[in-house]
Design a protein around this ligand. Structure first.
Ligand code: F0G
Length: 457
């Protein structure tokens, strides 16, 4: 059969509410044109993030009832630990309330001021936690990974020669660990190849530098390896995932992505000494080591979700629906980061609106138009998120790219929802020349995208 279907039927439904165009106009004004400040019931299709927004399966809901809420030694923890050890292969598994809690513990243990932590591309919370520990976060993605229109099967790969140069420049002693983000979220949800994982691990091992994987979207990455890398077509995503993690010393995970859970995460490692220090920090801020920041029922949902995320029919549907959205808008001329990533499609708003200069916030203009047109919520990844305002002079510096991310929640929307999104984007595309920019009317000194307010120019 040629038609690829959603590999599930729907047992429980959650109504979504259509708004009128004048309601949306009013909501936009009340929110200062910042979609983070909208109420989600005023959003029809929510593509703000794929994090914590998955639909759980009937098996996960059933597992919730098995949740044992004992403070210490809960069987729910042991089921969770067994699943993580089986898939990821690490001996020590610490549950955390989400990914960034694992990051904070990891970098608190490994980093001291003046250190450098390389990655393909650090996600914002990873970078912020590295910097909070006083270290520098350095992005070493291959050059293709920085060019939206360039096609490459593994645009998330690390530039191995650049890693070797960095080690030679700053010295092994100043690099306490190396990270790889799979898939590379900030670089467009692009995968890392097995060959690259292996090559990075060879360099790290030669210098005695531990390699940690930011594993949020590990199952999607494993499936891209199966589809695109020679020698993996006949392997299961589970086998591929096991090989990926065999090259690493540990992992941080947000189970809100490929854990198919609404909350949760973990920090895993092989090293007994490191795990002991991490466990002490876990107790300080997250909780006793058999629950971390989670309830027993969350641990159960994750233990089931990690395997469901590796099911081939699920992954085929998952990657196909993201590609479907990307292909249908790109075919009509909408500029996107190519090829579409695993969890999201990224529109290049600078190329879409050449009349809007970076400091007039083309990405923000597109985010507003998608909500105005059809009640769709997306997120700006451009000057609003990564630009800087000099606190002294007030001078604005633009971000490196002007992207808008359409992140697809897992198992939540059907093909007709995606068709509706395609239609809305194409409607905005047809009237693109009439769209104008925005200016800030309010902004916070850090993470300004969450709370800023804007006015049309
Ligand atoms: N690493 C990556 C690659 C991520 O994408 C995220 C979260 C985290 C770490 C942190 O995990 O949210 O559980 O603390 N990304 C979400 C997103 C927020 O929308 O892309 P967390």
């Amino acid at each position: 059969m040629r038609t690829i279907i959603e590999p599930f039927r729907i047992k429980s439904v959650e109504p979504i509410r259509m708004t009128t165009s004048s309601e949306r106009e009013q909501r936009l004004r009340a929110a200062g044109f910042n979609v983070f400040l909208l109420r989600s019931e005023d959003v029809l299709i929510d593509l703000l993030t794929d994090s914590g927004t998955s639909a759980m399966s009937s098996e996960q809901w059933a597992a919730l009832m098995r949740g044992d809420e004992s403070y210490a030694g809960s069987p729910s923890f042991y089921r969770f630990e067994r699943a993580v050890q089986d898939i990821f292969g690490f001996r020590y598994v610490l549950p955390t309330h989400q990914g960034r809690a694992a990051e904070r513990i990891l970098f608190s243990v490994f980093c001291k001021p003046g250190d450098t932590v390389p990655s393909n591309t650090h996600f914002d919370t990873t970078r912020a936690n590295v910097e909070f520990a006083g270290a520098h976060a350095v992005d070493l993605v291959i050059p293709e990974g920085r060019q939206p229109a360039t096609l490459h099967p593994f645009k998330g790969n690390m530039d191995v020669a650049a890693l070797e140069r960095l080690i030679a420049d700053v010295g092994r002693d100043r690099i306490p660990l190396c990270m790889l983000t799979v898939t590379n979220n900030s670089g467009g949800g692009q995968p890392v190849s097995m060959a690259n994982l292996k090559a990075v691990s060879v360099v790290c091992r030669a210098h005695g530098i531990p390699l940690y994987i930011d594993a949020c979207r590990f199952a999607e990455n494993a499936y891209f390896i199966k589809l695109r890398e020679a020698g993996y077509a006949e392997r299961t995503p589970l086998e591929i995932a096991r090989e990926m993690f065999s090259y690493a010393d540990g992992a941080t995970m947000s189970a809100k992505k490929d854990g198919l859970a609404n909350i949760g995460g973990f920090l895993a490692s092989k090293d007994t000494q490191v795990a002991m220090q991490e466990r002490n920090l876990l107790i300080l801020t997250e909780g006793f080591p058999t629950y971390g920041g989670l309830s027993g029922r969350d641990l159960e949902a994750i233990a089931v979700g990690l395997y469901e995320a590796l099911a081939e029919d699920y992954l085929l549907y998952r990657i196909t629906s993201t590609t479907y959205l990307g292909r249908h808008i790109a075919e009509q001329g909408v500029p996107i980061v190519q090829p579409p990533g695993g969890h999201a499609v990224y529109i290049d708003a600078a190329a879409l609106f050449p009349q809007i200069p970076p400091l007039a916030l083309p990405g923000q203009a597109l985010v507003v138009e998608l909500y105005r047109e059809a009640g769709i919520r997306s997120v700006e990844i451009g000057t609003v998120m990564f630009g800087r305002r000099d606190p002294g002079t007030g001078v604005e510096t633009p971000g490196p790219m002007e992207l808008v991310r359409l992140a697809i929640p897992r198992r939540v929307y059907t093909q007709s929802h995606i068709d509706y999104v395609v239609e809305a984007i194409l409607n905005v595309y047809r009237r693109r020349e009439a769209v104008r920019g925005y200016r800030f009317t309010e902004q916070a000194p850090f993470l300004r995208h969450f709370s800023a307010r804007f006015a049309p120019l």
